[in-house]
Design a protein around this ligand. Sequence first.
Ligand SMILES: [Zn+2]
Length: 172
Amino acid sequence: MLVDSDFHNAEYLSDGKIVFYTGHADSFDAFIDAVIATSLSHEVGHGLAHHKAELFMRGLWLHVLLVSPFLRHVGMLPIGLLLALIYSFLSRRDELEADHIGMMLMAAAGYNPRYAPMVRWWHSLYGSDENAFSTHPSCERRAKILAQDEMVKQAMDVYKKVKAGQRFSFFN
Ligand SMILES: [Zn+2]
């Protein structure tokens, strides 16, 4: 779903639905296709990796912990902090996984995957700190991870095959 809004984001909801806010694209005139490909493929990555389902399961575990006798012995504050730390850590892991899947997908769709780290790096100029409670890794870290040699090589192999009209499989 394309939403006309200044909101600077894209989001995977569930059931294959992705919301893309026009504000997310408006600020990237210089390489608009790469930005859209990077963002959309990242969101599709969330879908393919079933991150919403995992989030739901984490919510169930949270509920189990909150009603357990264990909570009465330890107290709400330490448990709350611990759960927030675990939730944030797993969320950041999901984001990096969606970045990786997304980079492979954009390559398979014929978009140069070398743009993915550039787009993340460009985001980092707007500032995005990361701490233990961040749900997203910093854009700078995301850019560095996507720019790793092995990651780029893997995606470029797919991209070159697509451009050459060759068949390929992610599951060799
Ligand atoms: Zn994400």
